[in-house]
Design a protein around this ligand. Structure first.
Ligand code: GDP
Ligand code: MN
Length: 376
């Protein structure tokens, strides 16, 4: 689950990380009123579940309350990476001497949390990560002991030369790790962590992603979910009990079972295509789920072919076939559809599909190749 920056700030503040204190506005008037409470310039920042807000024009410096209102009225209502901005955070602007990066992720290769620090922080950190990864210091953490003082100090030295700043950076790294661990995050990030001209170390941005499987243990975090900030496809998927993750490709995949879904995506790539999504309709099938899945997939304008890959076990192939036929009666498909199904009630499924004018394949290899060809 994604949190907004203002929510992540509140949590990290509770762990002692220093942020300039601001407030959230849903209208230009509210943004102006907040800016009036602060003497100097403010930042007006889009609150949206997307990175790269600065590059998209969603983070603006305002020299006075009137400017804050003007920025807010432009930022509220804009979309960043297809997500609508409904609120802005208004905070006193900090003067920046340097921008660093500090983050914690769960690293699958290391099989443990890894704390990362880079003196080359700011909006180009992705470029740093891909072009000059040696500029990012990575410290794996044994979750039994947490981030140890000497590890935190090493991170501090990775960021700064000045000893007071090294100490401040080390302390913030320990607090960030503590927060990451306490809320069950899969990612906790401060970018930028800045130094001010008078030498203080201050966090200016916060990102927290909490593992959905932790939400049961953290009802106070679960309560922070902002349904209105999520892409409609994600809401729809959750409402229908589908596991859905949008991706950047153009082959829409509808599969039962996470393992088969992964294998299908691998095979799509193997044959030169790119999956548009991960979508698992789950074990127990009912036609409605299939209709919802097709609605979600066809709602993505990048999808140029749809691939069904169903291995009937508990999932009954005839239920899936019925769902496909129902869906295409409700909304005609505008892209080619390739269906592969095998297993429980396969013959019934083939009969249902044939009657409706569809053909079905039984071989996964054939089906994926065909979907990739048709999409091309
Ligand atoms: P992001 O682009 O979504 O990561 O949004 P950020 O909150 O990180 O802001 C992007 C950039 O705006 C930062 O890297 C800073 O360069 C700049 N910025 C953010 N807050 C401040 C501030 O208080 N003062 C100044 N001068 N610049 C800021
Ligand atoms: Mn940032």
């Amino acid at each position: 689950m994604n949190l907004h920056e203002y929510q992540a700030r509140e949590i990290l503040e509770r762990f002692g990380i220093p942020f300039p204190r601001g407030a959230v506005a849903a209208t230009a008037q509210e943004a102006m009123a907040i800016a009036e409470q602060f003497a100097g310039p403010v930042m007006v920042k889009a609150q949206v579940h997307s990175g790269g807000r600065g590059k998209a024009g969603g983070v603006k410096l305002a020299r006075n309350p009137a400017e804050a209102a003007a920025h807010a009225s432009r930022i509220i209502g804009m979309t960043i990476n297809d997500l609508p901005v409904q609120k802005v955070l208004v905070v006193p602007a900090a003067e920046i001497a340097s921008e660093s990066y500090l983050g914690v992720i769960v690293d699958r290769a290391a099989q443990r949390p890894v704390v990362m620090a880079s003196a080359a922080g700011g909006i180009d950190i992705e470029d740093v990560a891909s072009r000059t990864p040696e500029r990012i210091l990575r410290v794996p953490v044994d979750p039994r002991y947490g981030l140890l003082p000497h590890q935190a100090t090493a991170l501090g030295f990775g960021l700064y030369d000045d000893l007071a700043q090294v100490r401040a950076g080390a302390e913030i790294a320990q607090k960030l790790y503590a927060a990451f661990y306490a809320v069950g995050a899969s990612l906790a990030e401060i970018n930028p962590l800045v130094t001010t001209p008078d030498g203080r170390v201050v966090a200016l941005d916060a990102k927290l992603v909490v593992d959905d499987n932790e939400l049961m243990r953290h009802p106070e975090i679960a309560a922070l979910r902002d349904l209105t900030a999520e892409a409609p496809s994600e809401q729809q998927a959750r409402d229908h009990g589908l596991s859905f993750i949008p991706l950047a490709g153009s082959v829409g995949c509808c599969v039962n079972g996470a393992g088969l879904a992964m294998a299908t995506m691998d095979l799509v790539k193997f044959y030169g295509g790119e999956p548009a999504n991960f979508l698992d309709i789950g074990g127990s099938s009912n036609p409605e789920k299939v209709v919802a899945a097709l609605q979600i997939i066809t709602g993505d304008p990048r999808v140029r072919a749809i691939l069904f890959n169903i291995f009937g076990g508990i999932t009954r192939c005839d239920d899936v076939a019925t769902g496909i036929v129902q869906a295409t009666q409700q909304f005609p498909l505008t892209v080619p559809l390739v269906i592969r199904l095998t297993g429980t009630n396969e013959a019934e499924a083939v009969a249902i599909l044939t009657k409706a004018g569809f053909s079905a394949l039984t071989d996964m290899d054939d089906a994926v190749q065909r979907a990739v060809t048709l999409e091309g």
